[in-house]
Design a protein around this ligand. Structure first.
Ligand SMILES: *Cc1c(COP(=O)(O)O)cnc(C)c1O
Length: 231
């Protein structure tokens, strides 16, 4: 598995999908989902052109950050965020992609205020309506955005989603389309503090479909680093 070669291939795919969608490849941010990969492999990806890294676990992120694993790239938190980890993550990453409750909004806002910073976040939406999945329901989005609008230490930059894992590709297209519609509708509403700029959707298996459906941020792990060890 040659990481640099994988990234080149992905960049070509992004270019082609963007072209097909009538958009610019430069408007699409490729986030490397770095979970389970060590600093050496992450740095190799950054040398090959990766500008953004996303990590899933707070502990793993902080350890690898100390080792300099993400030096030269922006860092995102993309995993499920536990309330008791909020203090450790706020201010450590440029974007928390997985905010899905008012409680998290309050905790992140309070911590950011203490640190004297504004924390950028995305709201995670459970577009497939799966029972066990994190993310707000589409019909709850407005309520959480109103709540965020009143939290000056938080800035919402957009939405993130992980469609149902077992969905067929055509189903994914449907969910991606639903997500894009939600993104566009929300953008049109113009809340305080909230700028709908980022639509984060698409992983290794479906990022082309996601781009065709309007995604401008894709999160890829195995397409860059190869299959992850099964844990
Ligand atoms: C692991 C992960 C990805 C990347 O998954 P791949 O299928 O390996 O591309 C994207 N988003 C989130 C939230 C992840 O946890």
């Amino acid at each position: 598995m040659d990481i640099a070669e994988n990234i080149r291939k992905i960049q070509n795919e992004i270019y082609e999908a963007a072209e097909m969608a009538g958009r610019k490849a430069s408007d699409i941010t490729l986030v490397a989902a770095t979970k389970t990969n060590g600093a050496d492999r992450i740095l190799e990806a950054i040398r090959a052109g990766i500008t953004d890294c996303g990590e899933n676990r707070v502990q793993e992120l902080l350890e690898k950050k100390r080792q300099g694993a993400y030096d030269g790239a922006r860092l995102h938190f993309i995993g499920h965020l536990q309330r008791n980890k909020v203090k450790q993550i706020v201010g450590e990453v440029s974007l928390i992609q997985s905010v899905d409750s008012r409680e998290l909004v309050s905790l992140i806002g309070a911590r950011a205020k203490t640190l004297g910073i504004i924390q950028d976040v995305l709201i995670e939406v459970n577009i497939g309506g799966e029972a066990a999945k994190s993310g707000v329901k589409p019909e709850e989005l407005e309520e959480i955005l109103d709540f965020c609008a009143a939290e000056p230490s938080i800035r919402v930059l957009g939405l993130m989603t992980i469609p149902p894992k077992d969905a067929e590709k055509c189903e994914n297209r449907y969910f991606f389309g639903q997500m894009h519609k939600l993104f566009v509708d929300t953008k049109a509403k113009k809340y305080d503090n909230i700028s709908m700029e980022i639509l984060s959707m698409g992983m290794s298996a479906d990022y082309r479909e996601a781009i065709l459906s309007g995604s401008n941020m894709i999160r890829l792990g195995s397409a860059i680093f190869g299959p992850r060890p099964v844990v």
